[in-house]
Design a protein around this ligand. Structure first.
Ligand code: SAH
Ligand code: SF4
Ligand code: F3S
Length: 482
């Protein structure tokens, strides 16, 4: 795991004060942790378990940075002295998974009463879920939300002093506190938050309610963060936002996402730029031009379709029609014929008929996605769609879902086949989990390649000849020039 220790805050006066305050809490907690460790004759360990999207992954790196400063040794082992669940609530099954894990950890705590268990993230922004945690899971010690991740040390301190559960949930936060230490999962790549929240209110989606209103960070702050990351060995960044295409709204400076990408591109040591997620309704021609002209922006765009039916898209409040989406793909491919396009699709939205679903299949076939994440619609309490009562039959939904999967699998395997024989740049990410003589790396188009090699290449960009396609990953061999 890699560490970035940031000492020079520059993101707003209030943020500076808050950073200093949190640093004080970190050292207070550290004293307590070290003295308990001494008494026990061993290090205290902490385990952070992450559900959900890249935003949560990045938040967990922040949580791990704080826990390290608080004197804990990080572990993947769930029976740790402190266990923190960073939750997702985008679909019901995400919540079910949390409660399953929490029940199990509660039983572990019965034999280890000193254990500290925390729940944070998107689920805790829902009052009902907090109520359920407090009532049915009284062994949970820390409950906090998405807006005060940076306050972990303060919350933990308060728990250690009081001995009782601390619940601290905010409705919003205007301050960006970005300058606390982080512990990255990968030394050579990192997520970077460019904006928080979402204002789109797609009718099925809980994210705007649990992540709040859309807010962009100043471009200079983003650039400075990426510069620091590159000094620390990062070659690839993933710019993160729920809708990166609306980056810049509400900022004093006059900048949009295309403009931000240009600034990020100029960072010398940075080799690769990815971003996520790009909403089709706001994708500008300027962005397509910047992508097409760039050497660093990866050859991939994730462009969630959700449905191919204009009628359903309207009910979803997505802000584009089937034709708009197809036209957008045409514009992208006109400038970048080989770009990889991936997507998200929801099956079984209320009111979806067989004909609507056929429209989705039609778009899937016309676009030829390189891959797609498919989800069965999940009703989220509090969203507008929760009131739509015309859900398709479960049997129909399951049939549609399976049909969609089969079509996507066939199309993406065909697309993947096209790269066989080419030699392409790969960022070597780690030793293959199934075969330690192989390295696993990622192509610019985001696909994985396994090739013979040693850990010496990890974190570097190497050339790999693609020899065999397995549908959604490849085997290849490294090519060394000169
Ligand atoms: N901001 C991103 C998506 C974030 S959520 C965007 O707009 O594209 C990731 C994906 O989860 C969504 O693209 C959608 O396909 C899926 N999703 C969100 N809410 C859902 C729900 N209630 N049921 C099923 N899938 C859902
Ligand atoms: Fe949810 Fe829509 Fe916002 Fe994406 S754009 S997070 S799907 S509301
Ligand atoms: Fe889940 Fe929250 Fe992300 S609900 S998908 S972790 S923003």
């Amino acid at each position: 795991m890699s560490e970035t220790n940031i000492t020079k805050p520059n993101e707003g006066k209030e943020a500076v004060r808050e950073t200093e305050k949190q640093r004080e809490f970190m050292s207070l907690v550290k004293e307590m942790t070290l003295s308990t460790a001494k008494a026990k004759g061993r290090d205290l360990t902490a385990c952070v378990i992450t559900f959900g999207c890249q935003m949560n992954e990045r938040d967990s790196e922040k949580l791990k940075g704080i826990l390290t400063e608080c004197g804990y040794r990080l572990t993947e082992y769930e029976k740790a002295d402190l266990v923190l669940f960073n939750t997702c609530t985008v679909r019901e099954n995400a919540n079910d998974r949390l409660y399953g894990r929490l029940g199990a950890i509660g039983r572990v705590k019965r034999d280890n009463p000193d254990m500290i268990i925390g729940v944070c993230g998107c689920m805790t922004q829902e009052a009902d879920e907090v109520g359920k945690l407090q009532k049915s899971y009284p062994f949970v010690d820390l409950i906090f939300g998405t807006f005060n991740v940076y306050k972990l040390a303060e919350i933990l301190h308060s728990r250690l002093i009081s001995g009782s559960t601390v619940t601290d949930i905010w409705e919003s936060n205007d301050e960006f506190v970005e300058l606390l230490p982080t512990k990255r999962k990968y030394p050579f790549k990192s997520g970077v938050n460019i904006m928080y929240g979402c204002d789109n209110f797609c009718t099925y989606c809980i994210v705007p309610y649990v992540r709040g209103r859309e807010k962009s960070r100043a471009s200079d702050d983003i650039v400075r963060e990426i510069e620091r990351l590159t000094e620390d060995g990062v070659a690839e960044v993933m710019l993160l936002g729920q809708n990166v295409n609306s980056y810049g709204k509400g900022l004093v400076e006059d900048i949009d996402f295309a403009g931000l990408l240009k600034k990020v591109e100029d960072i010398d040591k940075l080799k690769r730029i990815r971003f996520m997620t790009s909403h089709p309704k706001d994708l500008s021609d300027a962005l397509i031009d910047v992508m097409a002209a760039s050497d660093k922006i990866c050859n991939h765009i994730h462009l969630p379709l959700q449905s191919g039916s204009t009628e359903i898209l309207k009910r979803m409040n997505r802000g584009y029609s089937k034709e708009d989406y197809l036209e957008l793909v045409r514009r992208i491919r006109e400038k970048m014929p080989n770009i990889s396009i991936t997507t998200d699709i929801i099956v079984g939205f209320p009111g979806e008929t067989k004909e609507d679903f056929e429209e989705t299949l039609d778009v899937v076939r016309q676009v030829g996605f390189d891959s797609a994440y498919t989800f069965i619609y999940s009703k989220r309490t509090g969203t507008p769609a929760a009131k739509f009562d015309d859900l398709p039959d479960k049997k129909d939904i399951d049939e549609r879902f399976n049909e969609l999967l089969a079509v996507i699998k066939e199309i993406s395997a065909k697309r993947a086949e096209k790269l066989v024989g080419e030699t392409l740049e790969v960022l070597a990410e780690g030793i293959d989990s199934h075969d330690d003589k192989l390295i696993t790396g990622r192509l610019s188009n985001n696909m994985l390649v396994h090739f013979p090699g040693t850990d010496k290449s990890i974190g570097k960009i190497v050339n790999v000849k693609i020899e065999e396609s397995k549908g959604f990953y490849y085997f290849g061999t490294e090519v060394k020039y000169g």
